[in-house]
Design a protein around this ligand. Structure first.
Ligand code: COA
Length: 333
């Protein structure tokens, strides 16, 4: 489903991100499973990832990223109307991680809830928040992608454990005023016939937590990597093209493309198919691996703070994840 609404008047007022201190390198991983730095870098582009402390939860990382986004946007926590956390690794099944974040920030008047759309969650949250602000329900929103994937990784499975990491990214959205930017077009989609390609089979009602299921590692991420790869390229290309077309832009207008950070080969394939030069495509997965819902949010914040785009520039965000799900956004900064 694509939506173009240049008069929506909702812009990104500030961004923030947080990653845990502990670095886990490819060489360190090679002491845990039969892999090598060379294999991981060649197949994925990932060199290292961050791992949260045992006492550092998804909400703590989300709040740390949120504080930076609030500061950059000149907004106090008490002013925030809506908090949406996109995550597949909530602190607790209930209440929502967004409620833990609300408490940690002191965002006393906010409405807070989580969404589950895997790696696509941050852009799903962006669209939901944008529509709620544009409809007049709220003045502003704090959207966050936050994950502690190290808690749902099977550390003895070399086909998945080399890919994932922990972190959080956040953005404050506000109603646009004179001279502000705009979230010009958004696209989101899902294909529930492909749930089996990437999932955490255990921990829900279909396969509850018990010692037998935990012994089989069913509470950890499982993936058919090759299949996921093909769909990722196709769907991210389609979603990007949809928002670029609906925004009325051409590829040469775009200052920066910020894709989901899962695999450098996927990112290169998207850049190639969109005819956007590689230097305009932001990549930070070598430092963090795939942090699911947090990945594009962290990348947006880093690209912003590194000056990869400035006020008035046209940027495209595009993501893909379990579900399968995908989403894109065309933003005039
Ligand atoms: N280290 C060393 N060898 C490994 C390995 C590792 N970490 N993981 C797998 N291998 C082996 C396999 O066992 C296989 O060996 P075999 O040929 O003897 O059977 C070989 O490497 C090739 O494996 P394959 O799965 O075909 O590799 P690939 O080129 O498809 O790369 C992925 C694997 C996971 C990197 C790739 O498929 C991918 O990135 N897919 C998309 C994943 C993704 O983006 N997921 C998140 C979406 S949100």
């Amino acid at each position: 489903m694509t939506e173009s609404n240049s008069s929506s008047g909702v812009f990104v007022a500030g961004t923030g991100s947080y990653v845990p201190e502990k670095v886990l390198t490819n060489d360190e991983l090679a002491t845990l499973v039969d892999t090598s730095d060379e294999w991981i870098v060649t197949r994925t582009g990932i060199k290292e990832r961050r791992i949260a402390r045992d006492d550092e939860f998804t909400s703590h990382m989300a709040s740390a990223a949120a504080r930076k986004a609030l500061e950059q946007s000149g907004t106090s926590a008490e002013e925030i109307d809506l908090i949406i956390v996109a995550t597949i690794t909530p602190d607790t099944p209930t209440p929502a991680t967004a409620c833990h974040v609300q408490q940690q920030l002191g965002a006393t008047k906010a409405v807070a809830f989580d969404i589950s759309a895997a790696c696509s969650g941050f852009l799903y949250a962006m669209k939901i928040a944008k529509r709620m602000i544009a409809a007049g329900a709220f003045e502003n929103a704090l959207i966050i992608g936050a994950e502690k994937l190290s808690a749902v990784t099977n550390w003895s499975d070399r086909t998945t454990c080399v890919l994932f990491g922990d972190g959080a990214g956040a953005a404050v959205l506000k109603k646009s005023g004179e001279g502000d930017g705009d979230i010009v077009a958004t696209e989101m989609g899902s294909d529930g016939t492909l749930t089996h390609l990437l999932n955490i089979p255990g921990g829900g009602t279909a396969c509850p937590i018990n010692s037998e299921n935990v012994d089989k590692n069913l509470q950890t991420l499982s993936m058919l990597g090759k299949e996921v790869f093909k769909h990722a390229v196709t769907r991210m290309k389609q979603a990007s093209e949809a928002v670029i077309e609906r925004a009325g832009w051409s590829p040469e207008d775009i200052a920066c493309v910020i894709p989901h950070q899962a695999n450098l080969r996927i990112i290169d394939a998207i850049a190639d198919r969109l005819a956007v030069p590689n230097e305009k495509v932001f990549v930070n997965l070598h430092k963090y691996g795939n942090t699911s819902a947090a990945a594009v949010a962290i990348a947006l914040d880093e690209a912003h703070r590194e000056g990869k785009f400035k006020r008035g520039d046209k940027i495209v965000l595009v993501v893909f994840g379990a579900g399968l799900t995908w989403a894109a956004a065309a933003i005039e900064w």
